[in-house]
Each structure stands twice: as structure tokens, then as C-alpha cells.
Design a protein around this ligand. Sequence first.
Ligand code: PMV
Length: 314
Amino acid sequence: MTPARGAACGKVILLGEHAVVHGTPAIAAGIERGAEATVIPAPEGRSSLHLAGIEHLPGEAKTPLCHAFAALLATFPDLPPVRITAESRLLPGGGLGSSAALGVAIARAAATFATSTGSATSVDAAQILAAAGAWERVFHGNPSGIDTTAAALGGCFLYTRAEGASPLALRHDVWLAVGSTGTSASTKSMVESVARLFERKPEVRDHTLPAITALVRNAALALEAGDLKGLGHLLDLNQMLLAGIFVSTEDLERMCLLAREAGALGAKLTGAGGGGSLIALLDARSDDDAARAAAPVLAAWRAAGYDGQLARIS
Ligand code: PMV
């Protein structure tokens, strides 16, 4: 039997991370790099997940991956034992949605396997999101769902926990330099630290959440109008608010500054922060423009010891 395959993209959050966990809107977009999974019948007669050469068994309490795998399989109750091999091309804990991309890719491969072997008649998008959500909750405790939605949908969309995704009609493609600090932090602990801050200082929550909401709503308008300068300014303001809730780091601040000095229209961390990745908006309206605008940003990061690459949001 040919293996059943599934794939999913990574994501960047353009604006609104962390606040989105508390019910406000955010904007996310899929990026080309992501994760892939293949499923075959289990020769050993018991299900297993193989990731970076390491085997994880769903019944074992050894790692969060074992728990996440068990939680995902539980959403396919009639699936026969399977051997799943998965791979992510995204840095774990890097703010690019690596675990969500893996969850969606594995869920898609399992769904294809289930329908081709007759253990399910059809699997719809809501079931894929439910399976990936069960996986993601093991790692992140209280995920907003934006990562799994972006991994499944791609494109660029406005998202709230209550209403899910509303696609945005971009005036034209948007080019970003995506940088990596080279360090990573646990999304779960970053989300928990913001929740604790909001509990201890409700006044911080009460000024941060409405301010981020206003930035996100304006950014949706800027994206649809093709106003890159306005969008860049909104990214910078969002970064200030993220620093105000202590999720930025010295590396992230330094990389944002280097990007702005090298001509980026705005820059901010993306994802949970505490390290991980950042995005810098390029003054570009074509692939050629983007390569020209990205070069000094990537060179400045490289000279300071950081990595980065160009990404297009379409
Ligand atoms: O670091 P990432 O890629 O897992 O992004 C998480 C985004 C948060 O808003 C911080 C958490 C969430 O569940 O929305």
C-alpha cells in the first residue's frame, strides 16, 4: 500500500500574538516552509510516531510528544494501528508554528489513511482542526488556535478565538524578512507568564488588550489598502506593547533595530517571543524589489550573528 501523506505550512503572526489568547483579534499568514507526515499500516501491530529518528508510542508517559500523539489518535477512534513518520522544517519554539504544522500534517495523513482504508468515510476540515487542536493543547495548555488554523489554511487572515478565521483580501503580496534569534522559548511558559502578569496587574491587561485590538484592526485595513508604510508603523507599535508585557528580549530588540536601520518599514517579534523569531516588513511590491530590500536587512542580521530569510505572504 502506498503511504498516505499530509502536509501543512508554518505561519507568522503579523500582529496580535498573546492578546489573541485573551480573546482579541490577531492577523496571521501561512509561510511556505512547514511540516510533512506519512502514514503506513503498523508492521508491529501498535501505533508509533517517528520524529527526527526517535520513536514515540502513544501509551507511554515519557514525553509530551507521546501524550500529544495519543490525544491526536483519540480523535480517530476507528483508525487501525499506524506507523507515522513526520518531519518539520521549522525551528521548534521558534515562533513559526512548528508544533501546529506537525499536528496538522499528521492529522491530514491519518485522515487520508483512514478514508483510504475505509475506517472513516470522509474527514472534513473541522475534524483536522480538532485533531491538531488536541495535539497542540498538550504542548501549549491554552492555545488560541491561531497556529493550527494557519497551518491548515495558509493565506492571510484575521482570527479570533470566538469567530475563527476571516480571510483578508490583500491588495498585493507582502514581503518579510524573517529572522531567528537562534534561541527558543516554550510557548506554554510565555503564555502563562502573560496570564500571570494580567492577573497581578489588571490595569496592564486593560490598556494592552484594547491597544493591540486597535492596531490589529488598522493593520487589516492597511493590508487590504496596500498601505505598507502604515502597516510598518503598526508593527513597531505592536512590538512596543509586546515589550511592555515582557515577551521581548535583548536579541529581539536588537534585531528589530538593525532591520529598521537597514530600511525595513517596521519590525516585531512573531509568535510567543522570549527568543524565537521576528519579522521585518520590506518596502517591496515585487520579487525583485523584495530581494533588493531584504539584502541589507539579512546582511545586518548576519553581521551581528543572526540568521534570516525572505518570506512572501500572498
Ligand atoms: O510561538 P508560537 O508560534 O507557538 O505562537 C504562539 C502564539 C501565541 O499567541 C503566543 C499563543 C497562541 O496560542 O495564540
